[in-house]
Design a protein around this ligand. Structure first.
Ligand code: C5P
Length: 336
């Protein structure tokens, strides 16, 4: 996007990874309708890219009064949810509200200050990989810096929890135990790297529908994450494979029976283990190494041509100066 004549911009780029749930146990339904979880999150090397830019006339862009009322816009491919349906824009508006910024609607005013969020999506959507949550986390991390909000990580996580259950983890990424609704985050040690073939499904699956199916058919479990936490301290794919666990799998497979068939096909084609990604419908096939992930991709290409090879863990959101404006290199690696 080229700013209009006379208008300057300050811009940052944020790269945010998708997440995996290596372990997900459902302890039961809560009074607020959510489910009490024990989960192990890990980021994986599939990324969305955000560019956040503050535009305005020189002198006005950084003027506190001019910045108090500004337009906040999202620019994204039409396939991506638009406006307030997009979690990244909702995150921006909420952070703005908490920072005393009044979002303006209507046509852009040449003298006004604007923030534009450009979103480039690569994480599969509605796939159980927290793509929308990652975008929201990216917007929070990027705008916290661009707008000089000065929120600390735990404050960003509190805002994140208002936006969705996976957003607090996405603010810092890495590997973490999630409890409560999934929003209470404790970092855990992981070595790795672990190698995956990620097999998205062509049709999305609604998270709330999967939880409702769990309500109908499943009982609260008391399985603990110790085996996964132990396996993560090694680089042993077989150990991790034996420990992968997702209690939403039966509910999702009931709603989408072909996923059970595809899991079997991935195992028959050489995956070490296969687990549903979050509430699905993506399947995660763990492989012994990167070459095995590529070989598995070739073996399943006829029914999963969109499969992606990836590695975990993948750190957290990475913030850098916009390349066009600065050659000073990375501004901040991650928030961890
Ligand atoms: O928090 P988020 O908006 O991502 O959750 C989407 C839906 O998933 C919720 O409306 C709820 O139906 C279900 N959910 C749940 N328990 C959780 C997380 C999500 O029931 N811990």
């Amino acid at each position: 996007m080229v700013p209009a004549e006379g208008v300057d911009e300050t811009a940052l780029r944020v790269r945010v990874p998708a997440k995996l749930n290596l372990f997900l146990a459902v302890r039961g339904r809560r009074d607020d309708g959510y489910h009490e979880l024990v989960t192990v999150f890990q980021t994986v090397s599939l990324y969305d890219h955000l560019r956040v830019a503050l535009l305005g006339l020189p002198g006005r862009r950084h003027h506190p009064a001019a910045r108090r009322r500004m337009r906040v816009e999202l620019s994204a491919d039409p396939a991506v949810p638009q406006g307030r349906d997009n979690l990244a824009l909702r995150a921006a508006l909420r952070l703005g509200e908490l920072s005393g910024i009044v979002p303006l609607e209507g046509p852009a005013d040449r003298d006004g200050v604007r923030t534009v969020i450009d979103l480039e999506k690569r994480i599969p959507m509605a796939a159980g990989m927290a793509g929308g949550s990652a975008d929201a986390a990216g917007a929070l991390v990027g705008l916290n810096r661009l707008w000089d909000c000065g929120l600390a990580v735990d404050q960003l996580r509190a805002v994140a929890a208002e936006l969705g259950s996976d957003v607090p983890f996405c603010v810092t990424g890495g590997t973490a135990l999630g409890t409560g609704r999934g929003v209470e985050i404790t970092p855990v040690l992981s070595r790795g790297p672990f190698h995956w073939l990620i097999c998205p499904d062509s049709e999305p699956l609604s998270t709330s529908e999967v939880y409702r199916a769990w309500d109908r058919h499943a009982l609260p479990s008391d399985v603990g994450p110790d085996r996964v936490l132990y396996a993560l301290r090694s680089t042993d794919a077989a150990g991790l494979g034996a420990a992968l666990h997702n209690e939403l799998e039966a509910a999702a497979f009931g709603l989408r029976p072909r996923l059970r068939v595809r899991k079997r096909a991935l195992l028959d084609a050489g995956a070490v283990a296969v687990v549903l990604a979050g509430s699905g419908p993506t399947l995660l096939a763990l492989t012994a190494d990167e070459a095995a992930a590529h070989a598995l991709a070739a073996a399943v290409a006829d029914w999963c041509p969109q499969a992606l090879v990836a590695r975990s863990p993948a750190g957290g959101p990475e913030l850098s100066h916009d390349a066009g404006l600065s050659d000073t290199g990375p501004l901040l690696r991650t928030l961890e």
